[in-house]
Design a protein. Structure first.
Length: 330
């Protein structure tokens, strides 16, 4: 073997470098083709946009029709909240023709594995090899939010108006949507729905919805119990067998000697419910009172003590006035 000359070594080094550069260029071109062009490219961009809360970009990529609805979920924090648990994304392509395909995205959302299909179509070619694709235009789905008795809710951590207590919200997909309600008088626990597809089915039975179930807050329940106890205490202070406006009385045909003493031996553990029309109703209004007085026998002149327990049921209506609920006894 003959020793290589400096020229040969330089030429060999140049060729190796050229081949490496060409390899890198091919690899870079493959990556660019894979991520920036081809059927999956617009879908990848769309998924990144909704994760970033960029509703404007997502709308452009989807070229979506927006139904007549509230658009509060289509941008910003409420949108990024919808995809907060979205991860483990995998893309696959089913080529239907030269100019159309279906991109399937598999992912985990809110701890569950699911998938969404995006029909796409080819819109052009760059440099003879790099294909431009777009997502087929579709109408966005809606989530129906029902808030009986109130006209606001917190949906995806954003407070929104719910006109008439029943409203549709346009949403991007896939995403998780939650609703809850809290005020000084009413609370409704968080409810959740997941949207993975724009089509709910042939009817509204599978349509995603968030239906809140309002209930009195702890503050309201404490206020109701306190008002009930206060009204009963007022009744107990009346020196008569028949306290006026009160749920208890004692029928006695004899002669009362001295004062009549009432006491509440068992206060009602009263609370309330709120129905789907927002009407309040008192619950558990039953309690027990105790009466004690001296009875005079007109025939014998004998005085004896009467001490009886009187079960009762409080009849009352609940009325909301501002941030207070008022107990009105009948």
């Amino acid at each position: 073997m003959f020793p290589r000359s400096p020229v040969n070594r330089a030429l060999a080094t140049f060729c190796v470098g050229l081949l490496a550069t060409a390899g890198l260029a091919v690899a870079a071109m493959a990556l660019i083709s894979h991520y920036a062009f081809g059927p999956t490219a617009p879908v990848r961009s769309y998924m990144q946009a909704i994760q970033n809360g960029d509703g404007g970009k997502a709308m452009d990529l989807m070229n979506a029709d927006v139904p007549d609805s509230n658009a509060a979920m289509l941008d910003g924090r409420s949108l990024s909240e919808a995809t907060r648990t979205l991860d483990h994304l995998r893309y696959s392509v089913h080529q239907e023709s030269e100019d159309s395909a279906v991109v399937t995205v598999e992912y985990r959302l809110n701890g569950a594995t699911s998938s969404t299909e995006f029909p796409v179509h080819r819109t052009g070619v760059h440099a003879g090899v790099l294909e431009d694709w777009s997502i087929d235009s579709r109408t966005l789905p809606t989530v129906k939010v029902s808030t009986p008795g109130v006209e606001t809710a917190t949906v995806n951590r954003q407070k929104v108006g719910v006109q008439g207590g029943d409203q549709d919200f346009a949403v991007f997909y896939p995403g998780v949507y939650t609703a809850e309600y809290t005020s000084s008088l009413v609370t409704a626990p968080e409810t959740t729905t997941t949207v993975t597809d724009p089509e709910p089915g042939h009817d509204d039975t599978n349509r995603p919805s968030l239906s809140l179930k309002p209930a009195p807050s702890q503050h309201a329940k404490d206020s109701i119990k306190s008002q009930v106890s206060g009204k009963l205490d007022e009744c107990a202070r009346q020196n008569t067998l028949y306290p006026k406006g009160c749920p208890f009385e004692y029928e006695f045909r004899g002669r009362v000697q001295g004062d009549v003493h009432w006491s509440i031996s068992e206060y009602p553990d009263s609370s309330a419910t709120v129905d789907q029309q927002g009407r309040w109703k008192l619950t558990n209004p039953k309690g027990k009172a105790q009466i004690e007085f001296q009875s005079l026998d007109l025939y014998t002149g004998k005085v004896s003590t009467v001490k009886k327990t009187v079960p009762f049921q409080l009849n009352a209506a609940l009325q909301v006035k501002g941030d207070q609920v008022v107990v009105n006894t009948h």
